[in-house]
Write a new protein. Structure first.
Length: 136
């Protein structure tokens, strides 16, 4: 985790296109806490048998927002609720992960609703939430 000063310095190294939709920075060091953990030798060369690392990112969780042309009836057993009392805009009751393959069941009146596409992610800074919008 970077200090504010170091975070600012790292961000200044990026061009404007790299800063658009930036979610975070990952810094990888070639030298570890101990010499045995170094990826490179003391001479700066890659080790003959370099270590392999896996970097695993947790799926982003978003609140799914369904936008309808007409008012929808919602019951307590549904996986969605009205957003701010608006019957044309329904949101999931809790955030869900975005998936590339697979399907998360979200039901309205016993009908499965579609899962969102990663292309329609809308941050809401005022409410500190991230929405995935689905036009119905």
């Amino acid at each position: 985790i970077l200090s504010r000063e170091n975070e600012k310095a790292e961000l200044e190294k990026l061009n404007m296109n790299e800063k658009i939709n930036l979610l975070g920075l990952l810094r990888i060091f070639m030298r570890g806490d101990k010499n045995s953990l170094n990826v490179i030798t003391a001479q700066g060369k890659l080790r003959a048998s370099p270590s392999e690392f896996d970097v695993v990112f947790k799926n982003r969780n978003t609140v799914w927002r369904y936008l309808f042309d007409s008012n929808q009836q919602v019951s307590g057993g549904d996986h969605v609720k009205k957003e701010n009392g608006n019957s044309k805009v329904l949101i999931t009751k809790s955030p869900h992960p975005l998936t590339h393959s697979g399907f998360i069941t979200i039901k309205l009146n016993n009908v499965e609703l579609p899962n969102p596409d990663v292309a329609l992610i809308k941050p809401d800074a005022a409410n500190n939430k991230i929405f995935s919008e689905i036009y119905m």
